[in-house]
Design a protein around this ligand. Structure first.
Ligand SMILES: C[S@@+](CC[C@H](N)C(=O)[O-])C[C@H]1O[C@@H](n2cnc3c(N)ncnc32)[C@H](O)[C@@H]1O
Length: 201
């Protein structure tokens, strides 16, 4: 069991604070809900998953939307902010929620069919380490759908997230982690990029 110190980064502290009001934020309507719908729509072309993992699940909203789409799927969420985890547990009955970082997923090898991560990647300190963990827990042929900031050149000021890897850098991270990028496309807003990648079959 990791100690609290493991999770003590400024980003995680920020989300601890925000967790109390996160569900009521205006950003749900204008950003997060739209991103979740886009991620689920991208998954519609894939085989129906028996298990779904959301990495950086926040309060569990995407998992609840996934439950509506795949009522029989096993749902798992991980998030390092305890406040987010507590709310996700309370609002998402039937899901298993862990307090964990992407870089250290508490799940067995080859145990998940479909992994999502939305609006979380730019907060990870170790992008390759996180995606490598996702590659480890994916079943052969399983998919990872990531949606996050990746501002085109000249638009970083709009997104305000200079640290988010751009499209080509993101592709290199996935390849280094052992995933095969199937496609990347802009979703919802011009500064958001979706990547769909597969684990080696
Ligand atoms: C903007 S919120 C997005 C939450 C949710 N995915 C959504 O779309 O509403 C970012 C989340 O990423 C989590 N996070 C930050 N660093 C992380 C890491 N290294 N691994 C996994 N999650 C992380 C935060 O605790 C926070 O809940």
């Amino acid at each position: 069991m990791p100690s609290n110190a493991t999770f003590e980064t400024p980003d995680v502290r920020y989300f601890e604070q925000w967790s109390r009001t996160y569900e009521r934020s205006w950003m749900q309507r204008f950003l997060f809900n739209r991103v979740h719908l886009a991620a689920l729509d991208l998954a519609a072309s894939l085989p129906a998953p028996a298990s779904v993992l959301d990495v950086g699940c926040g309060t569990g909203r995407l998992l609840r939307a996934a439950a509506a789409r795949w009522p029989d799927a096993r749902l798992i969420g991980v998030d390092p902010a305890q406040g987010m985890v507590d709310i996700a547990v309370a609002l998402t009955p039937g899901a298993t929620i862990h307090r964990a970082l992407a870089q250290s997923l508490p799940l067995p090898d080859a145990s998940v069919d479909l992994v999502f991560s939305t609006m979380s990647f730019h907060h990870w300190r170790d992008h390759v380490g996180g995606v490598r963990e996702i590659a480890r827990v994916l079943r052969p042929g399983g998919h990872f759908i990531l949606v996050d900031f990746a501002p085109p050149r000249g638009m970083a000021w709009l997104a305000g997230h200079e640290g988010a890897p751009r499209a080509s850098a993101r592709q290199r991270v996935f390849t280094a982690a052992g995933l095969r990028v199937e496609r990347q496309r802009r979703v919802v807003y011009p500064f958001l990029l979706a990547t769909i990648a597969a684990a080696q079959a």
